[in-house]
Design a protein around this ligand. Sequence first.
Ligand code: PBG
Length: 299
Amino acid sequence: AETRLGVDDLVAPLFVREGINEPQPVASLPGVVQHTRSSLRTEVAALRDLGVPAVILFGIPSAKDPEGSEAWNPDGVVQVALRDRRDEVGDDVVLMADLCVDEYTDHGHCGVIENGKVDNDASLELLARTAVSHVQAGADMVAPSAMMDGQVKTIRDSLNDHGYEDVPVMGYAAKYASAFYGPFRVAAGSTPQFGDRRSYQMDPANAREAMREIESDIAEGADIVMVKPAMSYMDVIRRARERFDHPLAAYNVSGEYSMVKAAGAQGWIDEKRITLEILTSIRRAGADFILSYHAKEVS
Ligand code: PBG
């Protein structure tokens, strides 16, 4: 085989929710739960034992506000979870947390709102603060997903100012305004309360623009770049692979996962073979590693 898919090519996205006593199944993502503080602990240890090298955490706070201030609370849901994980798995697992404010804002957008619109520049400072709080809580790497222009540079500068020069940044560089995120927004409670994300996420019709987005993330200091979603954007992954030498991630997003689960449950597809075929194809297209809700079952 020209292409190999290994357990160590996978990153597991995990949800952790504040204020619950039992893990809550996510209806739109069969097999995925919103974890409690303690069930998350067990899950990360289980993934470590299976050989999954990295996890990315998504926090669901009990309180939201217009700025998303829980996103940088040192005792916020994700910061507490990062500290727990560090105690539990030491350096065995690369720990990341999704760096955005949409799960923390009451309007569900990835930045602050001014005059009914997301204000790009005013949002940068909030992302920088959140990045520092993730690293202080034990994140090995930060993963900005807000698609604000200039976010990688602002975050890089702020990490450096705090003495975190050696913490890498994985930029969600080419992130499309995609309907494939639908099931995730149910899990994270982050559906925008008005409008959509097309002023900051990319038009699915554009591939050349993705190269510009990736180029600017690299120029701003990204250590890893990402294409998201994956399946409908294999050509973008391939172009990015040919054009850039940086490590390249692809995000096999919620809608891609849910479609496989739904058809599998009906007995319409061979779920196991399809899952492996999809992930292998994303690697063949050129991704070095894949963020996927299939990580645990595949492992
Ligand atoms: C933004 C973010 C989103 C996803 C990851 N980070 C949602 C969005 O842009 O609406 C989607 C992931 C998925 O669909 O699996 N914080």
